[in-house]
Design a protein around this ligand. Structure first.
Ligand code: RB5
Length: 162
């Protein structure tokens, strides 16, 4: 079975300039709930590139320093695309508690992405709470996750030497 994540857990969070205010609100809520949070930036309104922060949070998760990650940009989409390029990452854009529950239960998602320009803070907070509370179901989903891991391994092995 693919290892699931205990809660509360160590979390890593990152945002671009479009998501920085939401990131601050999430850090406050997560810290109040007893989670340890590593803030991977950005920290201000200056324009930055979302792949840099997706990479930082993804590395925290794949190294095991964080059990789960959270990424915020304008739509959540750029962060999700960028995070899913990292082997071992299963990132999902969340707009509802139902998506949060199902992506943990079925996909063992390990990064939640949010769109600060599209989704209200109450929906984001509720979705993140459900994401953190929901365990991976295992069972029939293990076979599918093994195929994702195999695809990661094949891509990694086919990369040309530097
Ligand atoms: C930044 O303007 C915006 O493109 C970014 O936050 C994100 O929405 C990309 O997917």
């Amino acid at each position: 079975m693919v290892a699931s994540v205990p809660t509360p857990t160590a979390l890593a969070i990152g945002a671009d300039h479009a998501g920085v205010a939401v990131k601050s609100a999430l850090i406050e809520a997560l810290t109040a709930a007893g989670h340890g949070v590593t803030d991977c930036g950005t920290d201000g309104p200056a324009s930055v590139d979302y792949p840099d922060f997706a990479q930082a949070v993804s590395e925290q998760v794949t190294s095991g320093r964080a059990g789960l990650g959270v990424l915020v940009c304008g739509t959540g989409i750029g962060m999700c695309i960028a995070a899913n390029r990292h082997p071992g990452i299963r990132a999902a854009v969340l707009h509802s508690t139902t998506e949060a529950r199902l992506t943990r239960a079925h996909n063992d998602a390990n990064i939640a992405c949010f769109g600060a320009r599209l989704t209200g803070i109450e929906v984001i907070l509720d979705s993140l709470r459900v994401f953190l509370e929901t365990p991976y179901e295992g069972g029939r989903h293990d076979r599918r996750l093994r195929k994702l891991s195999a695809a990661d391994a094949a891509l990694t092995q086919s990369e040309p030497a530097p």
